[in-house]
Design a protein around this ligand. Structure first.
Ligand SMILES: Cc1cc2nc3c(=O)[nH]c(=O)nc-3n(C[C@H](O)[C@H](O)[C@H](O)COP(=O)(O)OP(=O)(O)OC[C@H]3O[C@@H](n4cnc5c(N)ncnc54)[C@H](O)[C@@H]3O)c2cc1C
Length: 392
């Protein structure tokens, strides 16, 4: 490892690897570090992502695609089912990945573009001079090290410390964190080409249960609940109840616990010499919790903005604000709308969910967009006009 780089990326998840790759493609000298000894492992993800978004970044590869899904089913608390086609469900359907292999494949593309990759290498603090971030301190396979960089990228996920070290407020309120538990369940009857979602305040308070197929008889069965709805019963307790009801014979071969930001993006994503990407910048979707695609989008924007800034010799806070602006332009509108949608869903009773679902049974969802779906809900449920009108 050298003592100086153009860019150091902290964290080799999808967001960090894409930031590293993009910066390296611009000819910059890039170091990508990962504290774990294996990139992508352990997995903290249900691994679902949209085809269209993903293929902007990676050519599909059967080695990391477990299942192709062509639709989604949403089950209301009383069991009423709404079926969505691929066109409507959009980013919520597509592929179910094998992230242990996928994350590694993305990091490999960064390496191929010229980035140096170091595992078992953890940033522990930032070097800050005259208010500008200019490197990191850390542990590399147990030994202390220091490395300087013109720009540091914080890609260290939901538990991000890099932003805090730089003085950025990254604190998440309990109402803006989905805490999750998931089992990889095998030998179960599922619809192998559908992502299924189960709603209900008794089932997953302020969240939902998902069943994402990973093969013909295998699925990620998981659940997210809002931190603010915690009453002493943990996500894993709700998940066990769901399993007992839906898949009593299922065999659990892996357990995952984790959390997703459901806050919408941070107000501040950058400062002098530093940008935050992916979950570290809270760019995950507040309603679905999906963060793979949004993280990669923010990583690509970061790589491009950093390259321009370094080439111009100006990595000041003012210059790097272009990153904040571009992420806001690209993802901000969707994140704001979905944050409002989350706030609506969270306070919706099971009775209202049931009646909205019933009002949509029989609607042809073949050629509808999400805004059209919301309009359809309002038309059929005029009482919800005030709450839902704000989402457009
Ligand atoms: C249960 C669950 C289910 C989910 N399901 C989905 C889903 O189906 N679809 C979807 O799109 N999203 C899903 N998500 C969200 C998704 O996993 C994240 O949004 C996504 O992984 C964010 O990518 P990232 O690169 O920002 O961060 P991460 O993937 O979290 O990567 C951050 C990396 O930084 C490393 N790191 C942290 N600190 C340091 C340090 N100091 N030094 C060096 N390395 C460090 C970590 O080890 C980690 O590898 C789910 C999340 C959970 C918890």
């Amino acid at each position: 490892m050298k003592s100086a780089y153009d860019v150091i990326v902290v964290g080799a998840g999808p967001a960090g690897s894409i930031a590293a790759r993009t910066a390296a493609e611009h000819g910059l000298d890039v170091l990508l570090i990962e504290k774990r000894q294996e990139i992508g492992d352990p997995v903290r993800c249900a691994e679902g992502t949209g085809k269209v978004g993903l293929t902007q970044f990676m050519d599909p590869d059967p080695r990391w695609i477990c299942a192709e899904v062509t639709g989604a089913r949403i089950f209301a608390p009383d069991g009423t089912c709404i079926e969505l086609s691929e066109k409507l469900a959009g980013k919520e359907v597509g592929y179910v990945l094998e992230r242990k292999i996928f994350d590694r494949a993305v990091a490999k593309t960064a390496a191929k573009a010229g980035a140096e990759v170091q595992v078992k290498t953890q940033a522990t603090s930032l070097i800050i001079e005259n208010g500008t971030v200019c490197g990191i301190r850390g542990k590399h396979r147990g030994d202390d090290f220091e490395a300087r960089a013109k720009v540091v990228v914080g890609a260290d996920g939901i538990e991000s410390k890099v932003g805090k070290w730089a003085g950025i407020n990254t604190t998440l309120k309990p109402k803006d964190i989905e805490t999750c538990a998931q089992f990889l369940v095998t030998d179960i009857d599922i619809k192998a080409d559908s992502c299924d979602f189960y709603l209900g305040n008794e089932r997953a308070p302020g969240g939902y249960v998902w069943v994402f197929p990973k093969g013909k008889r295998e699925a990620n069965v998981g659940l997210g609940m809002l931190g603010s709805r915690f009453t002493g019963k943990h996500p894993i307790d709700y998940l066990r109840e769901f399993m007992a009801w839906r898949f009593p014979q299922g065999k659990v071969i892996e357990t995952v616990v984790g959390a997703v930001p459901a806050s919408g993006m941070l107000k501040q994503l950058s400062t002098g010499g530093l940008v935050l990407v992916g979950d570290a910048g809270r760019v995950s979707d507040p309603i679905t919790g999906g963060g793979i695609y949004n993280g990669m989008v923010s990583g690509r924007i970061a790589g491009n903005v950093i390259a321009d800034a370094i080439k111009s010799g100006d990595v000041s806070a003012k210059r790097l604000q272009r990153y904040d602006r571009e992420v806001r332009e690209t993802l901000g509108k969707m994140l704001d709308r979905n944050y409002k949608a989350k706030e609506f869903v969270v306070k919706t009773s099971d009775e209202v969910m049931n009646s909205v679902a019933k009002s949509l049974v029989g609607v042809n969802f073949e050629n509808m967009s999400v805004p059209k779906l919301l309009k359809e809900i309002i038309t059929r449920n005029p009482g919800l006009f005030v709450e839902l009108a704000g989402l457009f």
